[in-house]
Design a protein around this ligand. Structure first.
Ligand code: PMP
Length: 288
């Protein structure tokens, strides 16, 4: 595997980062998760814009331009002969001392990893996923805004651990006010009486897949509402599904032991899954 590291393309074994890198010491950095389908990178600009916006929010200056970043990403895919891929760009604060002060970190570290990775949930796209609402709350937007896709994913990992212990495939977060926010690595949608409902994006990541699903819903003529969602809405929904670059669209059929709708992926979810699949295969930035 060839990795992009600070302007160079190096074999994985040579892709080394200092133990004083603040990405490692403090989770001080930002990242993205991007997919390529059939030789084209899906929504590359949206992901790169989010990466730079995440970086700006934590006052981290990405040392290359957006155009240079995109070209480096495409070249990483070419050097690994990938057409279908999961791509992980990372920008850390760089090497500093053992103190927190980011001013001690002279140069950010830029990494791009690209691997082949198929469907994340295997046969669960047909069977449906089991979800657990977890006791750990989503990071408050006035503490570490979930819209920053930072390297500090401990909040998400704690949610995943709890869901794992409780037998769930995915965790569902509430915020400190009792609003449902998102999954540990994906956004959340419900369908109730034919209306597509999703939480606002203050206390969750403004997902690219979420955006694509909203576009697909509009072209299917579905009514969409972005509003507060609580336990009640979740348990009484006709359909629930999560969206994310890695997960794509994942139907949820059980939440905290309650069967959602008929207990199988619902018709609106299936329609949107098909719509999403068509969109991902019909657009994107060519790699070759
Ligand atoms: N929320 C969280 C916490 C995530 O990690 C992700 C994955 N990036 C998402 C939502 C979905 O975002 P996207 O559709 O842009 O991948």
């Amino acid at each position: 595997m060839i990795i992009y590291l600070n302007g160079e393309f190096v074999p994985e074994e040579e892709a080394k980062v200092s133990v004083f890198d603040h990405g490692l010491l403090y989770g001080d950095g930002v990242f993205e998760g991007i997919r390529a389908y059939d030789g084209r990178v899906f929504r590359l600009d949206e992901h790169i814009d989010r990466l730079y916006d995440s970086a700006k929010t934590i006052d981290l200056e990405v040392p290359i331009t957006r155009e240079e970043f995109k070209e480096a990403l495409l070249e990483t895919l070419r050097r690994n002969n990938l057409k279908d891929a999961y791509i992980r760009p990372i920008v850390t604060r760089g090497k500093g001392d053992l103190g927190l002060d980011p001013r001690k970190c002279a140069t950010p570290t830029v990494i791009i990893i690209a691997t082949g990775w198929g469907a994340m949930y295997g046969d669960l796209y047909e069977k449906g996923l089991t979800a657990i609402t977890v006791s750990v709350r989503r990071n408050a937007a006035d503490a570490l805004p979930p819209n920053v896709k930072s390297l500090n994913y401990l909040n998400n990992i704690l949610a995943k651990i709890e869901a794992n212990y409780k037998g769930g495939d995915e965790a569902i977060f509430l915020d400190t006010h009792g609003n449902i926010t998102e999954g540990s690595g994906d956004n959340l949608f419900l369908v109730k009486n034919g209306v597509l409902i999703t939480p606002h994006t203050l206390n969750n990541l403004r997902g690219v897949t979420r955006h694509v699903v909203l576009e697909a819903a509009a072209s299917l003529g579905l009514t969409v509402m972005e509003r507060d969602v609580g336990y009640f809405d979740l348990y009484t929904a006709d359909e629930v599904f999560v969206t994310g670059t890695a997960a794509e669209l994942g139907p949820i059929v059980t939440i905290d032991g309650r069967t959602i709708g008929t207990g199988t992926p619902g018709p609106v979810t299936k329609q949107l899954m098909a719509g999403f699949s068509a969109i991902t295969r019909n657009e994107g930035t060519p790699i070759y």
